[in-house]
Each structure stands twice: as C-alpha cells, then as structure tokens.
Design a protein around this ligand. Structure first.
Ligand code: ATR
Length: 273
C-alpha cells in the first residue's frame, strides 16, 4: 500500500486522515493516510525517513510549513511565493518536491463552492502572517482588481505587499487606516478568532453584496463570521471548505485524480455540529 501522512505538532485534531480516506474511497485508490505527531527537533529526519520508505507524499501543517519549504529540493512557483510548503512528494529523479495548495484551496472554495466572483473584485485581507502570504498569489491569479492587506502590525503587511510590488495590485495598511468603503470580498487570515477577538475595521467595509470569508472554522460561527452576519454581509463563509479543497489539490498532485469535494465538506459540516 502507498502511504501518506500529515506531519504537525499538535496533530491530534487533524481531519486530514478522514478527508483523504474519503477521497481514496471515492476514486478507488488503495492508500493509507495517517496523522503523525512530530517532535520539533526531528522534523527533517522524519520527512527523509518517511519519503525513503513506503511514503509517497506528506502534508505539512503547523509549525513546520516554512521548514518544509527549506527542505524541498524543488518548489512550485506558488510554493516559492508562499514561502511555505504544505505538500511534499518525490520527483522521478528522487528529489523532494514542495508545493503549497492552501491558496488554491481558498480560491476554489470562494469561486467554485460559493460562487463568489473574484475577477475584478476589490479584496480586503486581514492579517499578514504565513496563512495570508500563502493565498496572495492565487488570489491575484484569479484576476482580482486589488488586494489591501491590513494588519495589527502594519510593517508586516508592508513587507508582504513589497513581495508583490511588481504586480501593482497589492497595498498595505494598519487596521486604523482601512478606508470606510465597501469591499467585494473580505478575508480574515488573522488568528484573532482563536482569542475570541475581531480585527477592528470599519463596519462600512461590509455591504449587502460583500462576501466575508474567515480562513478559520469552528462548530460555532467565529467572531468574524458573527460580525459579518450582524452587518448583513452578502455572504458569510468559514474555512471548512478551504480545508477540504487544499486536501483535494494535494490528492490530485499525488494521485493524478481530483476527488469530489462537495460530499466531504457536507459530512464534515454535519459532524461539527
Ligand atoms: P499564521 O501562520 O497562522 O498566519 P502568524 O504568522 O502568527 O500565523 O500570523 C498571525 C496573524 O494574526 C498576524 O497577522 C497577527 O497580527 P500581527 O502581525 O500584528 O501579530 C494576527 N493576529 C493574531 N492575533 C490577533 C488579534 N488578537 N487581533 C488582530 N490580529 C491578530
């Protein structure tokens, strides 16, 4: 049997084994996918061991995505720009390849699953950490008109925007400088929800056709989703679909077939309640 795994720390609550088991069942692929708790000191060794044995591919999650990027001997363009890798596998010549499917996962969940129009959209992105860096290039590739990155620490937003200076569509600011204008899409990529907090941005950014997306998800609506719903945002969406879509793209890279994500998202949603 071909083996796959997700490496992280902590890893106990990972839904990836469940998701990939469903994909394998759907597509008739014979594989084993497990979640592995990896000690910080041994990450690189653990990857090498896994990919030298029966291991055909790995997903990488917190806190190892940057180390996976550094370890990869070949990287896709989107992984290069993301500065982080969530998918590893071996090339035919034996080198370890790194890719990043998080951004495509977000774009697919917005555009395909939720019919949010990205082409020519004015997008406000909250946060400037690794999660946000990973989604900027795929959003630009989807044809958005502009991206304003707003962050608690404005300098981090500036640093990210500078990476995309050549493109000309990415600007940066602090939360206080976010204009009181309606955006087409607002994406929360901060981890503020984990502390039950909300980035302080003007209510006027949310209009009746604005799609508000939280990259996090939980059984209960996140503080950002509650805020958006109270302001009667056109759409309020959490990150459960993104989780399944990034997994589907990893599965496609490894196995060459694209699974059907809709029933998997629906089942995970039902199991959250
Ligand atoms: P990740 O890899 O998940 O993006 P990170 O690099 O630690 O993690 O980034 C977390 C992001 O959430 C940052 O943009 C952070 O803002 P700062 O750059 O100012 O630290 C943001 N964040 C975390 N807690 C927050 C809070 N309570 N309010 C607003 N933003 C918050």
């Amino acid at each position: 049997n071909d083996r796959y795994a997700v490496f992280g720390n902590p890893i106990a609550h990972s839904k990836s084994p469940q998701i990939h088991a469903r994909f394998a069942g759907q597509t008739g692929q014979d594989l084993i996918y497990t979640a592995e708790h990896i000690e910080e000191a041994v990450f690189e060794t653990a990857v090498q061991c896994f990919l030298q044995g029966d291991g055909k591919g790995l997903n990488i999650t917190v806190p190892f995505k940057e180390r996976a990027w550094a370890l990869a001997q070949w990287r896709s363009d989107r992984a290069e720009l993301a500065g982080a890798v969530n998918t590893l596998y071996r090339l035919e010549d034996g080198r370890i390849a790194g890719d990043n499917t998080d951004g495509l996962g977000l774009v697919r969940d917005l555009a395909d699953n939720n019919s949010v129009q990205l082409s020519n959209a004015r997008v406000l992105v909250l946060g400037a950490g690794g999660a946000v860096r990973g989604v900027l290039q795929p959003l630009l590739a989807a044809g958005v008109a502009s991206i304003l990155i707003a962050n608690r620490t404005p300098a981090r937003a500036e640093t990210l925007a500078e990476l995309f200076a050549d493109d000309g569509r990415v600007q940066a600011c602090g939360f206080e400088q976010v204009p009181a204008e309606t955006f087409d899409v607002i994406i929360n990529g901060t981890s503020a929800s984990l502390q039950g907090e909300l980035p302080p941005i003007p209510a006027a950014t949310v209009g009746s056709t604005t799609a508000c997306y939280d990259m996090m998800y939980a059984a209960e609506p996140t503080p950002f989703c509650r805020w958006a719903a109270e302001l009667n945002a056109g759409r309020v969406i959490d990150g459960l679909g993104m989780l399944v879509e990034q997994a589907a793209e990893s599965f496609r890279i490894w196995r060459g077939v694209r699974p059907d994500t809709a029933p998997v998202i629906a089942d995970l949603r039902a199991a959250l309640q």
